[in-house]
Write a protein that binds this ligand. Structure first.
Ligand code: NAD
Length: 254
């Protein structure tokens, strides 16, 4: 355990098999939380859950497609049954969207982005909040993006879904402020994950081509975002709700 700031909490992370979700699930466990890791990639989520357990933590991995109403409901219930009511929910899964103008982007791609990035978060929050109400506390962390604020050509579906998440978090925050349930977005800048490797060809190219767009001159690392997620999950963030935590190497400052 690092500092134990999440001792006694039960966390659930979607998109936990790799990248920012995996780093956050790992950091939550290191800080003492029991963690449910949800992803389409069950094998990778299981490998991380096994590593957490081998290190003395509590974890379970579940196959889950966040677009599927019944599946997300069942899996959220399963994590609650295993560890007790979920008190930290990180809605983090997002799909890869092709780079194309609004004119060229197929409707199918637009709908896919909306269903995973936006509806998936809505469904995850929808089924997490009742458990948080029963626990008398909760922190919903929605992974948005610096692109929620800064528009980027050819990224219409991504920017639109991420921008919408900022508003969704604020609505949840207002609906549950008196229930001791907080909701915030966490907005990374470019972070060296498989997502960028896919987008740029490989991570080295991503660093070369996109690192300089960040005033600090480099991409972020998943662990740097995970530390911010730990803060939002912890009682240190009791006064933070309905807000967006931007961890972007200065990208949006320009
Ligand atoms: N990496 C970046 O530069 C960056 C920047 C800003 C915001 N973000 C956001 O951070 C979050 C994580 O990004 P990442 O780079 O770690 O992503 P990633 O693409 O590396 O990992 C995403 C994970 O989500 C899972 N997933 C995809 N669709 C799913 C579905 N329908 N149901 C369940 N799981 C599903 C994938 O299997 C994968 O494990 C995303 O919301 C992304 O938009 C990333």
């Amino acid at each position: 355990m690092v500092n134990g700031v999440l001792k006694g909490k039960v966390a659930l992370v979607t998109g936990a098999a790799q990248g920012i979700g995996l780093a956050s699930a790992r950091a939550f466990a290191e800080e003492g939380a029991a963690v449910g890791l949800l992803d389409l990639n069950l094998a990778a989520a299981e490998a991380e859950a096994a590593a957490i357990k081998a290190a003395g933590g509590q974890a379970m991995a579940c196959y889950c497609d966040v677009r599927n109403d019944d599946a997300i409901q069942q899996v959220v219930a399963a994590v609650g049954n295993a560890f007790g009511p979920v008190t930290v929910g990180m809605c983090n899964a997002a799909t890869l969207t092709q780079t194309a103008s609004v004119v060229d982007l197929p409707l199918e791609d637009w709908n896919q982005a909306l269903s995973v990035n936006l509806t998936g978060v809505f469904l995850t929050a929808k089924y997490l909040i009742p458990q948080m109400l029963s626990a008398g506390e909760g922190s919903i962390i929605i992974t948005a993006s610096q692109m929620a604020r800064v528009a980027t050509p050819l990224r219409g579906a991504y920017c639109a879904t991420k921008g919408a998440l900022l508003q969704l978090a604020k609505v949840i925050a207002l609906e549950h402020a008196e229930d001791n349930i907080r909701a915030n977005t966490l907005s990374p800048g470019g972070v060296a994950t498989d997502r960028l490797a896919q987008q740029f060809g490989d991570l080295e190219r991503a660093e070369q081509e996109w690192g300089p767009a960040h005033p600090v001159g480099r991409l972020g690392q998943p662990a740097e975002i995970a530390r911010a997620a730990v803060y939002l999950a912890s009682d240190d963030a009791q006064f933070m709700t309905g807000s967006d935590l931007l961890i972007d190497g200065g990208y949006a400052a320009r």
